[in-house]
Design a protein around this ligand. Sequence first.
Ligand SMILES: Cc1cc2nc3c(=O)[nH]c(=O)nc-3n(C[C@H](O)[C@H](O)[C@H](O)COP(=O)(O)O)c2cc1C
Length: 333
Amino acid sequence: MTQSLQPSSESFDPTEFRKALGTFATGVTIITARAADGTPIGLTANSFNSVSLDPPLVLWSLANNAMSFDAFRNALHWAVHVLGSDQEDLSGRFARRGEDKFSGLDTDEGEGGVPLLRGCAARFQCRTATQYQGGDHLIFIGEVLRFDRDEAAPLVFHGGKYAHATRRDPPDIKPRSAHLAGSFGEDFLGYLLGRSHFRFFAQIRPFLDHEGLDDMEFYVLSTLTLKPLLTEGQIAEGLAGVLDANRQRALDGLVERGFARRTAADGFELTDGGREAAIRLIAAAKAVESQVLERLGTGDAVILKTTLNRLLGVVDESAADVLWQSGEGERKG
Ligand SMILES: Cc1cc2nc3c(=O)[nH]c(=O)nc-3n(C[C@H](O)[C@H](O)[C@H](O)COP(=O)(O)O)c2cc1C
C-alpha cells in the first residue's frame, strides 16, 4: 500500500523553510486512532487537507519520528477532529510527545473503535486508503466513512502561532467616513469604542434602574464583588479613569442604601443585600452580553474580546491586575 515520493535534492536553510511554510495559514486538527493493544493514540496535526469529494478522501502527514508512528501506520481507521477556536489547550495537550493525552477526557467510540473527541468544529471518521512515504513524513490518505460538524469558529495556525479567523466585512458594511477633512470621522477608535460601550450599556441600564442604581454605583458595586474586602484606595485603583469624580458619591450612596458597609479595617464590603443585588445585575448583564455576542457570531466574539484585552494592555498598563487575579483564591479561603 505504501508508495514513495522522492524529496528534492536541493537543500534549504531549515529555519527559513519552516518560516516560509508557516505563512500558509491552516486550521488545526487532532488525529486519533487505537493502537493494536487498544491504547488510544492521537496527535495535533495541521497537515490535514481535503483531497477528493467523490470518492470522499482526505489526507494528513505524520512525522517518521512520532512516538505514535507505528500505531498509526498499522491502524485501519483514524479520525480527524477539526478544532474550534476555544480548543487551543487541547491542541497543546495532543502536541506533547507520548503523554497520556486522553486522561480525563470524555470520548465517544467511532468506526473501528477509534476514540472521538467532543466539542470540535468537525469530525471525519476515516479508513486508510493509501499511505505514501513523503521524505521524513508518512502521508495518509483516508476514505471518509462518516462526518459531523458544529457551528464552532475554527482555531487557526499561522506563522507558528495560534490565531483566530474573522470574516471580512460584507461589502455593504464599510467604515463610515467623515465629511469634513480633519474631523475625527466614524472610524476613529474613540468613537467606535465609546459608542459601542454606550449602546451596549443602554441595554443593561433598565436593570440598574430597577435596583435604583446609577452607572457609577453599579461600577463600584461590581468592583466590590471582586474581593471580600476592599480599601478605598483599591476601589480607586480598580476604577481608575472611570468617572473618577463620582466615585466617592457612589460609594456613599451604596452605603446609605444598605448595599455596602464600612468595616473596622478602613475598608468596604458588600452587605448580603448588596451581594444579592450584584448577583442579579451580573446575571442580567451576562444575558445582555450573550444576546449581543450571539448576533456577532462566536468567532468574532472571541476575536473582539481578545483584541480588546490586548488594547487594554496597551492603553491601561496599570489595569487593576491585583484586584482581578487574586480575588477568587481569597474568596475560597
Ligand atoms: C499546530 C501543530 C500542528 C502540527 N502538525 C503536525 C503534523 O501535521 N504532523 C506531525 O507529524 N506532527 C505535527 N505536529 C507535531 C505533533 O503534534 C507532535 O510532534 C506530537 O508530539 C506527536 O505526538 P507523538 O510523538 O506522541 O506521536 C503539530 C504540532 C502543532 C502544535
